[in-house]
Each structure stands twice: as C-alpha cells, then as structure tokens.
Design a protein around this ligand. Sequence first.
Ligand SMILES: Nc1nc2c(ncn2[C@@H]2O[C@H](COP(=O)(O)OP(=O)(O)OP(=O)(O)O)[C@@H](O)[C@H]2O)c(=O)[nH]1
Length: 292
Amino acid sequence: MKYLEKDLLLNSVINLIDDLIFYKDKDFKYIGCNTAFLHFINISADKLIGKNDFEIFDHDLASLFRHHDKLMLAEGKIRTNEEWVTYPDGSRVYLLTKKIPFEYATNHIGILGISRDITSLEEAHQQLKAQTLLDELTKVKNRKAYNLKIKALLAGFERYQTPFAIISIDIDDFKKINDNFGHDIGDKVLQSFSALIENHIRQTDHLFRVGGEEFVILSESKTKIDTIQLAEKLRQTVASKTLMPGINITISLGICAVIKGDCANSIAKRVDSLLYQAKTNGKNNIVFKPVE
Ligand SMILES: Nc1nc2c(ncn2[C@@H]2O[C@H](COP(=O)(O)OP(=O)(O)OP(=O)(O)O)[C@@H](O)[C@H]2O)c(=O)[nH]1
C-alpha cells in the first residue's frame, strides 16, 4: 500500500472512532486530532492546530492537561488517568485518558492521547457505591458508612482539632413493639422513626443505623451544649409523635464529644456506657459525659 493510501486509511479509521484522539508536539501544541475530539471541544481543526491547551481551555483545565502531559513525558511511558473534566461550555464529563510518547519527527517526542467518555459508567459506579452505604430498610446510612465517617472525622480531629460529637440512640422496649404488633409493623416503625430523625437534624449531623434498633448521630462542628440540646430535642420529638396508629415510642440517648487520643473503639465504649446509664436511669432520657 502506498504512503498516501495508508495515510487516508489511518485517517478514516481514527475518524470513525468515538474516543477522542489527539496528538501534540514537544511544545504541547496540537498537531492533529480526530473528528470526535473536534466535536467534543466544539472547535474547528484550523483553530486547534498549532495552539496549546492554554489557548483553548480555561487555565485550570489547561494546567491539568499540561500536568499529565509533563508527567507522561518525564516517565517516558504510557500513562492513564481518570478524572472529572468541565469543558468551557459547562458540560461535565468523566474521562479515562491514556497518553503515550510518540516520535513525530526525528528526535522529537510528542504526546499521543486517547480519551474515553466513561461518565455513565462512573455515575453507575458511584450509585452502586452509595447503595452499599445505605441501610436497606430505613434508607439511612449503615454501619459501614458509620465506620468510614468516624474514621474521616477522627482524622480531621487529629490534624486540625475539628471537634465532633456522638449521639448514640436506642429505641426503648422495641421488642414489645414487635411482640405486640408484629415484625412488619416493627419495620415500619423503624422507617418512620428514621425519617423523623432525618427531618430534625442538619446537614452537618449524620444519622446511621448501626444495629437493629440502634442508631448513631455523628455531629460535626457543634459545641457540647448544642449537641445536648439537639439530643434533648430529638428525645422530646420522638416521645410526642405517634409513629404508626396506636404506636408511640421513646428513646434513650448517650452523648459524648471526641477527646484527644480517641479512636473509634474508645468512642463506642464511652458512648455505649452513657447510653447504658440512660437505660438504667429508667429510659426516655439523655446522659452525657459531664467533664471532658
Ligand atoms: N421489626 C424489626 N425488629 C428488629 C429489627 N432489628 C432488631 N429488631 C428487634 O429489636 C428488638 C430489640 O430488643 P432488645 O435488644 O431486647 O431491646 P429493647 O426491647 O428495645 O429493650 P431496651 O433496649 O432495654 O429498651 C428485638 O426484638 C429485635 O428482634 C428489624 O430490622 N426489624
């Protein structure tokens, strides 16, 4: 096959591909690309060729592309990265990009890149990930989510001393609800209880179902007084509401704040013993650690 024919064939092939293909010279200026790339960035070929990313994209995006180009050239081998990219028209896509060095003239190494739009795959992945963190029955976050959140909050406390508080909640005599009304009604009570609590907390308070009728709130950036007030408000709200026809419940709560040297276990131990005191005090009350 003659050179010209080969060129034509190669061009036809790369223009048929939906992935975005582009190539830049050693000075990071575009030498060429396929039609998918031009459509994607909504620009004509004559406006692209000979320009670098800073002349086409906004500064942040161009810096990101340049950063990856440089890393790939320094390593001298194929490099893959995935990231959310916001294009100048405001569209946001999740791109899987592979870049590889290529010789476009003697001793001149440029960058050949192929990007695949995997936005729907990434969204599905995120959705699935979010589902594994939700409790199936109540749709509030589950114990796995709790473990992740407390780990993150502990890291923030250790590094920046960002305080947080823990409210452990246990529904009183829940066994009686099941025994008297049946397990299905018990489930519905758990659902409306969770919804009620979610409606009475702020975005910085995170509710988790950590056991059958055991819940925890991790409360960010609150003073201890705020947390005690929140716990008392929740106790009163629950006691005053009829969750299902003929069914009223009460809750017992243990409250404590994170302290220096804490880990997830020490917090759980402390707050559980406070909750236990609330139960032995006769239930339907809150107990907090007085001095910390
Ligand atoms: N309906 C329903 N019941 C559950 C679920 N998970 C746990 N339970 C029930 O919750 C009850 C908890 O009982 P206990 O641990 O004795 O606690 P309690 O009756 O609330 O008593 P105190 O904690 O002392 O107030 C048991 O009857 C469990 O079967 C669930 O997902 N659905």
